[in-house]
Design a protein around this ligand. Structure first.
Ligand SMILES: *Cc1c(COP(=O)(O)O)cnc(C)c1O
Length: 403
């Protein structure tokens, strides 16, 4: 059988693992070990010199973690992958790898709150500067490139405004100027979007979210299109900064990842039902979802994404007070940050995930006090609609009695 032609639905279950090499164990064994014994002293010498492949110490590689890395590389159509202890460890490692003091990073207008914090730290400590721009046209991106720019770092869809970055335009400008492109692909998962296919050099995930999908692990993954560069990263930044993933977390992620395709289908189907419901609500002002006829970026969405995914943001009439009352009136839907879990979650970005971003910058990113972000879970859609309906009714009643 031609293993090269296997579909992603098959790869999430089989890639990178041969049960014949593991006593026939159907599932990937958990190698909960810190180190590995050598058969003799010369073997130890050869492993350290790189003449012989094999395990040395779990900060440099672990068989359970390796299965996850190979599986993710295949799912993102990359040549290699590295697993990290958190999504932020993947973000910081790739940025440390690509930059030196005095360099410049060009970023999408909205980025994850802690990535924003990291960029501030890099500026303060190493004079590595950055710009946040909307990245809607090639001209706009090109104009922002400086002589000291070394990479373009983007999220798409952008958290939490669901604005899209045109990846084709980004790649075109990057190629022209010899810049590396890094895409935080957390919001779509490899099932809905594969930036390496469009020309990105690196893709990263907070595996805490859709990759795991069960809300019980913090983890990160970085995939690269160049196997040698990933190996260099493994033996430099990852080895020496040490932000590795534990074997147990890798084992949980391997288990979660098997259902990624079925989960993403259901997240999307549920999101589409909630989208239709939200559109019918008088208290809802604007709705942000990539696959929506009303979205001016729908064409970009269709070009680079397979479906809309499970995240919907919307603004509610009445500002912060309404937003907080609405969240408090929900019963099934949990008030929590994070996303991509089986449970539907709601959060208020301006006071939660993006509260650390200065107000002016936050509003430039489109994050107002009226904005709410829903991570649509895997429950029965009508039960979610009923929960939302009661909360809207409570907010409606409150605003009419206080008008
Ligand atoms: C959660 C998240 C991160 C950070 O990941 P952690 O696993 O929490 O460290 C980075 N980017 C995006 C888009 C995220 O949602």
């Amino acid at each position: 059988m031609n293993k090269k032609s296997l579909h992603k639905d098959t790869l999430v279950i089989h890639e990178g693992y041969d049960d014949n090499l593991h006593h026939g164990s159907l599932t990937v064994p958990l190698y909960q070990t810190s180190t590995y014994s050598f058969e003799n002293a010369v073997q130890g010498e050869r492993r350290f010199s790189g003449e012989e492949a094999g395990n040395i110490y779990s900060r440099l590689g672990n068989p359970t973690v390796r299965v996850l890395e190979e599986r993710m590389a295949a799912l993102e159509n990359g040549a290699g992958a590295l697993a990290f202890g958190s999504g932020m460890a993947a973000v910081s490692s790739i940025l440390v790898h690509l930059t030196k003091a005095g360099d410049h990073i060009l970023c999408s207008r909205g980025i994850y709150g802690c990535t924003f914090g990291l960029l501030g730290l890099m500026k303060e400590k190493y004079a590595i500067t950055h710009n946040l721009i909307s990245m809607t046209t090639e001209e706009e991106i090109e104009k922002a490139v400086k002589p000291e720019t070394v990479c373009i770092y983007v999220e798409t869809p952008i958290n939490p405004t669901m604005e899209l970055v045109d990846l084709e335009a980004v790649v075109k400008v990057a190629k022209k100027h010899g810049l590396k492109v890094v895409v935080d692909n957390t919001f779509t998962s490899p099932y809905l979007q594969n930036p390496i296919d469009i020309g990105a050099d690196f893709v990263l995930h907070s595996a805490t979210k859709y990759i795991n999908g069960h809300g019980d692990v913090i983890a990160g993954l970085l995939i690269g299109k160049d196997a040698e560069e990933i190996q260099t990263l493994r033996m430099t930044v990852q080895k020496d900064y040490g932000a590795i993933m534990s074997p147990f977390d890798a084992w949980l992620l391997i288990r979660g990842l098997k259902t990624l395709p079925v989960r993403m289908e259901k997240h999307t189907a549920n999101a589409e039902k909630l989208l239709a419901f939200l559109k019918s609500q008088k208290l809802v002002e604007d709705i942000y979802y990539p696959f929506d006829n009303g979205n001016p970026q729908f064409e970009i969405a269709k070009r680079q994404m397979k479906a809309g995914g499970g995240l919907i943001s919307f603004t509610i009439k009445g500002g912060k007070e309404s937003a907080q009352l609405f969240m408090d009136k929900l019963e099934l839907i949990k008030i929590a940050v994070s996303l991509g879990d089986a449970e539907t979650l709601i959060q208020h970005p301006s006071t939660m995930t993006h509260s650390g971003v200065p107000k002016q910058e936050r509003e430039q990113m489109g994050i107002t006090d009226s904005l709410l972000r829903l991570s649509v879970g895997l429950e029965y859609a009508d039960d979610l609609v009923a929960d939302l309906q009661l909360a809207f009714a409570a907010v409606g009643q409150h605003s009419s009695t206080h008008a």
